[in-house]
Design a protein. Structure first.
Length: 239
């Protein structure tokens, strides 16, 4: 594993979207979610509690390590490292949710973390840092844990979104995006990608330039949230 900050001096392979390392990482993330849920669902409350707290600690530890790496390599800037992206916020909220078994945080993260981490895993924003760079491993561990936090609560702890959580998650995402935009104007940053498209390949590449892509993004986000709410709505309809 290499820790260089300059991608031009990185001796490993350049990151390739849906290349072999990317596909292997995605497979491992999915397998980890499935195996953890299957092995821990019927475990004792004490065992589940230990793993749950361990997941919370893992979320915090990997995020601290990332900030430490950026500081050590002289690449930490407020324009990139303030925790305002969906998944950056989900790291801290996810750790708190796991540690406290908090329903309110779960209601939000069930939608936000699932959507944000899935999109991030499919289109990683890690520049040229491919396998076996530290950033490659940290990114997939981070977003795997972000995705796993609400799914642990769902499939192991038996949580489900409460009534009204879909609308609250939508409203919360709009407020988050508006706040990120104001910060972006102040710092010249691009948190939540609401000020311009990502510099690397992403699902936004085929959409109109700013601000034309924002309504499409909002529609896609809310459609995804609705799809996540659908199983519970059908279950309630069936009694």
């Amino acid at each position: 594993m290499q820790f260089v900050a300059d991608a031009s001096s990185f001796e490993g392979g350049e990151f390739e979207l849906f290349g072999e390392p990317h596909l292997i990482a995605l497979t491992l993330v999915v397998l980890a979610q499935v195996l953890l849920a299957k092995t821990m669902k019927d475990a004792s409350p004490v065992a589940r509690g230990r793993v749950r707290v361990g997941l919370a600690a893992g979320l915090v530890a990997q995020e601290v390590s990332y900030h430490a790496w950026r500081l050590a390599t002289g690449t930490w800037t407020a324009r990139e490292m303030v925790p305002l992206h969906l998944c950056s916020v989900a790291v801290w909220f996810g750790a708190a949710m796991l540690a406290l078994r908090n329903q309110t945080l779960y209601d939000h993260l069930y939608y936000v973390a699932t959507f944000g981490a899935t999109i991030a895993l499919l289109t990683p924003d890690i520049g040229r840092f491919g396998f076996p760079h530290y950033r490659f491993f940290q990114f997939f561990v981070s977003h795997g844990l972000v995705l796993g936090a609400p799914w642990w609560m769902t499939f192991v702890e038996g949580f489900r979104p409460s009534r009204g959580s879909l609308l609250r998650a939508m409203a919360g995402t709009v407020v988050h995006g508006a706040g990120a935009y104001l910060v972006n104007r102040r710092l010249g940053s691009n948190y939540m990608f609401v000020s311009r498209k990502p510099a690397t390949s992403s699902v936004l590449d085929k959409l109109p330039d700013w601000p034309g892509y924002l309504p499409y993004v909002a529609a896609a986000v809310f459609a995804a949230y609705g799809a996540l709410a659908l199983p519970w709505a059908l279950k309630d309809a069936q009694g």
